[in-house]
Design a binder for this molecule. Structure first.
Ligand code: DQA
Length: 148
């Protein structure tokens, strides 16, 4: 099984960015733990982070030719604004889980608008970096029967 982990804008700043909200863990640490979990489950995990909407879209398009079975995506600030990333995910038709480190439902009103939740397989929010591990486990469990 092949899974693509995508992290959107400003998540490269994890570990130094608003630590009270996002905690001390860096993105390389999150990706390393995700790789460990993926390896244990026999998953080939691809990781990608970008601060640019177009690059995120290009990577979602490329997921098809990479033979990706499922996507785990933290669209970050684009969660609340990006019709284009939403359309890319719909366009490639690859099932995805949406993840957020913070509990978005408990935050500002402008974050309550979400362009991904209604088309995601499911959403993980507020569980910190652990959510990435759960996301990989969930994709493995839910897509497992299709790829075996
Ligand atoms: C986030 C939540 C978003 O509202 C915010 O813009 C982010 C990170 C999270 O992981 O909690 O950049 O997606």
């Amino acid at each position: 099984m092949k899974i693509l982990l995508i992290n959107g804008p400003n998540l490269d700043l994890l570990g130094t960015r608003e630590k009270a909200v996002y905690g001390p863990t860096t993105l390389p640490e999150i990706e390393a733990r995700a790789q460990e979990k993926a390896k244990a489950l026999g998953i080939e995990l691809f990781t990608f982070q970008s601060n640019h909407e177009g690059e995120l879209i290009e990577k979602i398009h490329a997921a098809r030719s990479l033979g990706i079975h499922g996507i785990l995506i933290n669209p970050a600030g684009y969660t609340h604004t990006s019709v284009a990333i939403r359309d890319a995910l719909l366009g490639v038709g690859i099932p995805f889980i949406e993840i957020h480190i913070s509990n978005v439902a408990a935050r500002e009103p402008f974050r309550q608008k979400n362009l991904f939740s209604d088309i995601a397989v499911g959403t993980i929010s507020g569980l910190g970096p652990y959510g990435y591990i759960l996301g990989i486990e969930a994709l493995h469990a839910l897509l497992g029967t299709e790829t075996r």
